[in-house]
Design a protein around this ligand. Structure first.
Ligand code: PHE
Length: 447
């Protein structure tokens, strides 16, 4: 049998898995969803879901992946042969397909700003002018489709080359750079006039605004930012050598992710309030605010370009993981097929994503269930498919894997105590299924 590629170090694995986790979810999506759901209360509910559902599920996917050491579909076939549980892997592939189709639209928006910032088209405007320049640009169908296509091309190139070579290398510089640039951004944002309004918006919870929709979106967001429920983390951990600690990796990924979520919130909301913009502006929020904050820094455009490069990188490392899980299943680990399928699937995703890209131009009046095409794709992935996939993974781990075998796998390379393992198992076996079903039914108005 062909030797599977492995990550050379735990750091390499963590960087790739963290690269998948940290992306548009924390930086773009969190501020806009929190902005639409009242701020502080959303943050608290999101953090609770991250600890009681996201983290345990991340660990569950790691355990499945390293036990089976196969791709998203074959991992389930390996652990539960002759059953239909591998459907979870297929669901993950379908979810990632839809996910990348709209994710690439936002990836394209980053490229738009990068081009504008480099060519000097963004100097000295007011925040309202930045917002209208941006609206104007994405209202051009040719521009939005071209940048979306470029984003997908980058993704295809890297995935066609293979996991280790493609992903491991650059992450070790980009993640620290992202953190440093964010810290600079936060310092500027919280020292703006009127920043206090944004800080209290983010940290003073107003639970009177919480509805069942808020709770579902906070849950969806906790899965989205950690890339759980779609078998991506199963695929990545299948490349991890046996002597590395899974709990440690899971904790560090959750920690980094929360840090970026908080930094993003602290950069965006003070600025939104200071500039008198609306926190509930939706998917465009981040893109309205960013250039104004940077324009108020010395050498602002230089920092803005640097920020956009690492932001683009963060979005790309997430995009790689979405395409990677589909391609690794279809190409069955063969290099020649990998290349071909990376192109075929990548182009198919682009075509499927065209209506999402056009949701801000030609199709801006088209709505289905009261949502634009873009919003519908995002909503379906984040609030239906990911929670459903997570539910199935929790059930799979509790009914199809032996408790003793789970403990064995989690103990490799780590000193996890039985009591801690027990808490994890309890969360996965009882809390996760009950809570996910309850939140989903709640939105349907069952109680
Ligand atoms: N976690 C990624 C982000 O926050 C999105 C993602 C979800 C990536 C699922 C892969 C799989 O941007």
């Amino acid at each position: 049998m062909e030797q599977r590629e492995q990550f050379t170090t735990r750091l390499g694995f963590i960087l790739a898995a963290a690269g998948s986790a940290i992306g548009l979810g924390a930086i773009w999506k969190f501020p806009y969803i929190a902005g639409q759901n009242g701020g502080g209360a959303f943050l608290i509910i999101f953090l609770i879901f991250t600890f009681i559902l996201g983290l345990p599920l991340l660990l569950a996917e790691f355990t499945i992946g390293r036990t089976a050491q196969q791709d998203a579909v074959n991992s389930f076939k390996h652990i539960a042969p002759k059953t239909k549980w591998y459907g979870i892997g297929i669901l993950g592939m379908v979810t990632c397909f839809i996910l990348l189709s709209f994710y690439s639209v936002i990836g394209g928006w980053i490229i738009i700003y990068l081009i504008k910032a480099i060519t000097g088209g963004l100097n000295g405007l007011s925040s309202q002018q930045y917002a209208s320049v941006f609206e104007h640009t994405i209202a051009n169908p040719v521009v939005s489709l071209s940048v979306q296509f470029i984003f997908i091309l980058f993704t295809i190139f890297v995935v066609a080359k293979g996991v280790q070579k493609g992903i491991e290398r650059a992450s070790s510089i980009m993640m620290p750079a992202l953190t440093i640039l964010f810290i600079i951004l936060v310092i500027r944002a919280i020292t703006l006039d009127g920043a206090a309004g944004g800080i209290s918006f983010l940290f003073q919870p107003d639970f009177s605004k919480v509805t069942s929709k808020t709770i579902l979106e906070a849950m969806g967001q906790s899965f989205f930012t950690l890339s759980v429920g779609v078998s991506v983390m199963i695929t990545y951990s299948s490349y991890l050598p046996k002597q590395q600690s899974l709990p440690k990796s899971a904790f560090s990924i959750v920690g980094m992710n929360i840090a970026i979520v908080l930094l993003a919130g602290l950069a965006i909301f003070p600025a939104v309030f200071s500039f008198g913009l609306a926190p509930d502006a939706g998917p465009v929020l981040l893109f309205h605010v960013l250039p104004t904050i940077f324009s108020q820094l010395p050498f602002g455009m230089v920092f803005f370009v640097a920020f956009l490069i690492v932001f683009l990188f963060a979005a790309l490392t997430s995009a790689f993981s979405m395409l990677e899980i589909i391609v690794s299943v279809i190409s069955k680990g063969e290099q020649a097929k990998r290349k071909k399928w990376a192109w075929i699937i990548g182009i198919a995703i682009f075509i499927f994503g065209v209506p999402s890209a056009l949701s801000y131009s030609l199709l801006s009046d088209f709505t289905l269930f009261d949502k634009s095409f873009f919003d519908l794709a995002d909503y379906t992935v984040s609030n239906i498919l990911m929670p459903f996939g997570s539910l199935l993974i929790a059930v799979f781990v509790s009914v199809k894997m032996k408790k003793s075998a789970l403990f064995e796998e989690l103990k490799r390379g780590s000193k996890i105590k039985y009591s801690v393992f027990h808490v994890w198992f309890f969360l996965i076996r009882y809390i996760a299924p009950i809570l996910i079903v309850a939140v989903m039914l709640d939105v349907l108005g069952v109680w």
